[in-house]
Design a protein around this ligand. Structure first.
Ligand code: ZN
Length: 235
């Protein structure tokens, strides 16, 4: 990914066949992207971004605040998502190993020892999300490996602040964001397909898009779900 750095903010630079430069700040981590017409060089893009620095900082701050507003306390009756479906959390104290159990497609029962802290509850939930995600990933990877004709050496689930997935082309390794356990499963499929496609096309160019289109005609709506509420500045 081509990037420029302005006052400690990394900005992804995307060149495409457009007329005007466009800045975007994306949740969940405040990733910044600048789309520029093909004939615009990095220096011009940089100057544009610098002129909009306070706008960028402002919106990154807003995203941070939005995130804080939806922070969870892991108490009963809170809404938590599991593969795109909302569930009510039901915290049950018991004197045994912590456990997470789905109930009636309505509740996520979180069994914890008495006096378990918020942080600990969160990490129990995250471990559960991780194990559920782990069950889904191999068959999806296998499916698209076969279709595309590639093979990854390994994959990992990571907590990433700014990306849903990433691909190390050289090591043929893909990373998948733990947060995807909360999104519809099609979003997980989209991210896996996207990262696997980087093994045959490094850049997000026309070729890349044509491949995605071929294997997943609905990809745009899945991407939109993941990029929900992007904030745009158009010039
Ligand atoms: Zn990509």
């Amino acid at each position: 990914m081509h990037q420029i750095k302005i006052s400690n903010i990394l900005i992804d630079v995307i060149r495409k066949d457009i007329k005007n430069m466009r800045l975007a700040v994306y949740p969940p981590g405040g990733r910044v992207r600048i789309s520029v017409p093909l004939h615009i060089n990095d220096e011009t893009a940089r100057l544009f971004a610098i002129s909009k620095l306070s706008w960028i900082k402002n919106h990154r701050q807003k995203i941070k605040e939005q995130k804080r507003a939806i922070d969870r306390y892991f108490i009963s009756r809170e809404t938590h998502y599991f593969f795109g479906q909302p569930y009510l959390l039901d915290v049950v104290e018991h004197n045994a190993v912590p456990e997470v159990v789905l109930k009636n497609k309505t509740y996520i029962s979180l069994f914890v020892r008495p006096n378990t802290t918020t942080e600990k509850r969160q990490s129990i939930m995250n471990e559960w999300y991780r194990s559920e995600l782990k069950k889904k990933i191999p068959s999806i990877i296998e499916k698209y490996e076969k279709q595309i004709g590639v093979k990854v050496n390994n994959w990992r689930i990571k907590h990433m602040k700014t990306r849903w997935g990433s691909c190390n082309i050289k090591d043929k390794r893909i990373w998948i964001n733990l947060e995807l356990a909360k999104k519809p499963i099609v979003c997980l499929e989209y991210v896996i397909l996207h990262e696997l496609l980087h093994l045959i096309e490094r850049y997000h160019n026309r070729n890349f898009k044509a491949h995605i289109e071929k294997y997943m005609p609905q990809w745009k709506s899945h991407k939109e779900e993941l990029d929900r509420l992007p904030i745009y500045y158009r010039k």
